[in-house]
Design a protein around this ligand. Structure first.
Ligand code: ATP
Ligand code: MG
Length: 579
């Protein structure tokens, strides 16, 4: 797996060269640049309030990729300064997902909350410099006093003395004031056209347990204050983030310029967020889907989370290839979901073992094949890879075929089994001609009959005659194993569920999951399922196969048990993506 990832990353780096971020970085570390001669240092700062989704993969590639390109370092920093929704469950899952994608932060895992003490000291420094003050406006009053374009914001507490501010801030820290009664605000510019600069809040009071700090703190720094300080303390050169932070950059620069950071001042560069149609890429929305039971969990195979995609059968190589090929643009754009599927199909076509499974089984009886006889055929595991070898399947008088591979009264141009119709090929076994069928009282087909040509072993006629019918897949009744197969469609039936004036929950596709039971799989699949290490529930992509003519399917490692095998359809064979 590691080899796979490397190849794709290398190839794309060669073919795409540098993106606009690389160009900035080159300039910065080059002669006369602000980081001349320094080692490039980036960071990936997820907030541990949910699982990573594919949008984060884009950020990971940019953060880790940029560091790698310039021989630098990339930190993993849990941005856990907002205590409300953070959890150690997420902290662990985030690390697992990043490792799965093939990125490694070495020993550079940090927690934003570990800097609380230092961040507090910097706040005190700002107060002493007359650059911050304690404000008694409630959140509602703060909003009402923010002003407007051409109309300055107002705070009656702006001119408090340094001594009073120091005293009040310390007492805020000591828990003397209720939540919402006081904030610490930066003293910047009440008239700024950028509202983020209108004396933004730096600290607020919250009486809440922090997942790492417990009840030690009741004041918490805001992202806009904490983040630049964390970057600066870690020696980050380039703080790469998504476009919504562009408006915050002046504040970022203000903070790093006004506190006594022991190192250089980091530079923030923004890039466009990844958007994909037919899905949402926001933790808040994904969380709602989980918490309100619209999906089975963060790892529901319909989710765009990394754990969901993995359970669906996505490989890390396919996801990285997708993110690398869409490139790093500054302008936001929405990528087709079909392209993500296209990248998976490409990867699985090269690597997935070919097998046969029947999803809607009907029994085909080969009436001239001796009863009690059985034989074995070797099937190529992967025609695109001669080194992939073969595996054995058995054939006998009764085989399962797909219900729609038989039609009693065929529609025009139907090339599959039909009484006295075209000769068809049972994939890899024999040529057969359909002779009829048996129906139950309601007219349902219960058995199909055919005769075979014993001189066509392996699927080719001895006399070289042309086979006009289709090649159909099958599974030997005698050795087949039952399985459940889950077919997935887009989670939303609107291409832009995130769009303005839309409630994304109204856009959910009611047919995004179809569960088929009593499917028939060849014993090879059952064997691999049985042998698969079930102790590792999420760490890797479970085995994925091509079910011939049907698509690519991945063992559902979570719901499969010893005698109940579940497969998820990862992607169909047909490519709807137009290049
Ligand atoms: P969400 O809105 O999904 O909660 P977030 O930005 O709050 O996203 P964080 O955990 O803070 O999530 O994200 C960590 C990093 O990943 C940030 O630098 C953020 O810019 C980046 N990121 C998040 N979503 C995307 C996306 N869709 N495309 C590119 N980068 C993203
Ligand atoms: Mg965030």
């Amino acid at each position: 797996m590691a080899d796979e990832i490397k190849t794709i990353a290398d190839e794309s780096a060669e073919s795409e060269g540098r993106n606009f971020i690389h160009a900035f970085v080159e300039e910065d570390i080059g002669k006369g640049g602000r980081f001349e001669g320094m080692q490039v240092h980036t960071r990936f700062p997820p907030e541990p309030n949910g699982y990573l989704h594919i949008g984060h993969c884009k950020a990971l590639i940019i953060d880790f990729g940029t560091a790698e390109k310039f021989g630098g370092l990339c930190n993993l920093r849990m941005d856990d300064t907002n205590p409300a929704k953070e959890d150690t469950e997420f902290v662990e899952a985030i690390q697992e997902d990043i490792h799965w994608l093939g990125f490694d932060w070495g020993d550079r895992l940090f927690y934003g909350s570990d800097y609380f003490e230092k961040t507090y000291t910097y706040a005190v420094e700002l107060i002493k410099k007359g650059l911050a003050y304690v404000c008694d406006l409630s959140p509602e009053e703060f909003k009402a006093n923010r002003g407007d374009i051409g109309k300055p914001a107002v705070s009656p507490y702006r001119d408090r003395s340094v001594e009073e501010n120091l005293d009040l801030f310390e007492r805020m820290k000591n828990g003397e004031f209720p939540e919402g009664s006081k904030t610490l605000r930066a003293k910047i510019d009440l008239e700024s056209g950028n509202f983020n600069m209108r004396d933004p809040v730096m600290y607020r009071i919250r009486y809440i347990d922090h997942h790492r700090q417990g009840t030690k703190w009741c004041i918490f720094p805001m992202y806009d204050f904490a983040h630049p300080i964390q970057d600066a303390l870690e020696g980050i050169t380039h703080s790469l983030c998504s476009l919504e932070y562009e408006e915050h950059r002046p504040l970022y620069d203000w903070v790093v310029s006004n506190v006594s950071i022991p190192y250089h001042k980091p530079r923030q560069i923004e890039f466009a967020r990844l958007g994909i149609n037919y899905t949402v890429l926001s933790k808040r929305k994904l969380r709602k889907l989980v918490e309100e039971g619209y999906v089975s969990g963060w790892d529901d195979p319909r989710m765009p989370t990394l754990c969901g995609l993995r359970r669906r059968g996505f490989t890390a190589a396919a996801i990285r290839s997708f993110c690398e090929r869409i490139g790093v643009a500054k302008a936001p754009s929405t990528i087709e979901y079909g392209f993500l599927e296209h990248c998976l199909r490409e990867d699985l076509n090269e690597h997935a073992e070919r097998t046969m499974a029947v999803l809607h089984p009907v029994k085909l009886i080969v009436t001239n094949y001796p009863e009690g006889q059985s034989e074995t055929f070797a099937v190529e595991n992967n025609p695109t890879d001669p080194t992939a070898g073969t595996h054995n399947i058995t054939f006998s008088r009764e085989v399962w075929i797909e219900a729609d591979d038989f039609m009693e009264t065929p529609v025009p141009k139907y090339k599959r089994l039909t009484p006295n119709g075209l000769e068809c090929r049972l994939k890899g076994a024999y040529l057969v001609k359909c002779t009829g069928c048996k129906k139950d009282g309601d007219g349902n087909i219960v058995e199909v009959y055919a005769t075979y040509d014993p001189e066509s072993r392996g699927g080719d006629p001895a006399d070289g005659r042309k086979v006009k019918g289709a090649t159909i897949h099958w599974v030997d009744v005698e050795t087949s194993v039952d399985a459940e197969v889950r077919l997935y469609d887009y989670l939303f039936n609107d291409p832009a569920p995130d769009g303005p004036d839309k409630n994304f929950l109204d856009c959910l596709n009611p047919d995004s999951l179809e569960i088929l039971t009593g499917c028939k799989i060849e014993p090879e699949l059952a064997k691999i399922a049985a042998e698969y290490d079930r102790s590792d529930k999420t760490g890797k992509t479970a085995p994925t196969f091509q079910f011939m003519r049907l698509g690519y399917f991945c063992l559902d490692n979570k719901d499969s048990t010893g005698d109940h095998i579940v497969f998820n359809r990862s992607v169909s064979l047909k490519d709807s993506f137009k290049k």
